[in-house]
Ligand binder design. Structure first.
Ligand code: RP5
Length: 167
């Protein structure tokens, strides 16, 4: 059981402009009561901060890192290069290339340094929150319970109103 408010999930992003996307995963963490922290850490604009964040995360009690970035999205991969914590990468939907640049930058890691890459945008962010709950649920039963309740409610919502013409 998680007994303190020490963050277990570190949610980082390359820019404040990524927050709208990243907020969806954070909403899941809040809904499930998973202690977390949120911070801008840029691979390009604050590279030294990226290194210190990744190097110190585990000793501060972080167990999962969710990292989102857009465009030349080097943040998740560089964080993964500096920590063996699980890193969940969110490709933010860029304006110029609609997020394909972000996706390919994050997903095409060389063998040996994995980033668990989610879908572009809101769906990926939401699923990163759920995946963090799944990972932490192996150690903290209350998060597994919250995740299973979420999934059961989602199934009930579909099953109880399967007519697509009804709201
Ligand atoms: C990336 O550049 C960020 O992750 C963001 O998605 C993108 C644009 O950043 P801003 O110019 O909006 O700060 O580093």
């Amino acid at each position: 059981m998680s007994t303190s408010n020490t963050p277990l999930v570190g949610v980082i992003m390359g820019s404040k402009s990524d927050w709208e996307t990243m907020s969806h995963g954070v909403a899941i963490l809040e809904q499930f009561g998973i202690p977390h922290e949120v911070e801008v850490v840029s691979a390009h604009r604050t590279p030294d901060k990226l290194f210190s964040y990744a190097e110190q995360a585990e000793s501060r009690g972080i167990e999962v890192i969710i990292a989102g970035a857009g465009g030349a999205a080097h943040l998740p991969g560089m964080v993964a290069a500096k920590t063996s914590l699980p890193v969940l990468g969110i490709p933010v939907q860029s304006k110029a290339l609609n997020g394909m640049d972000s996706l390919l930058s994050i997903v095409q890691m060389p063998g040996g340094i994995p980033v668990a890459t989610l879908a572009i945008g809101k769906a990926g962010s939401t699923n990163a929150g759920l995946l963090a709950a799944s990972i932490l649920g192996n150690k903290y039963p209350e998060f597994k319970t919250a995740l299973n309740e979420f999934r059961a409610h989602q199934t009930d919502t579909v099953m109880s109103n399967p007519d697509p013409r009804e709201a």
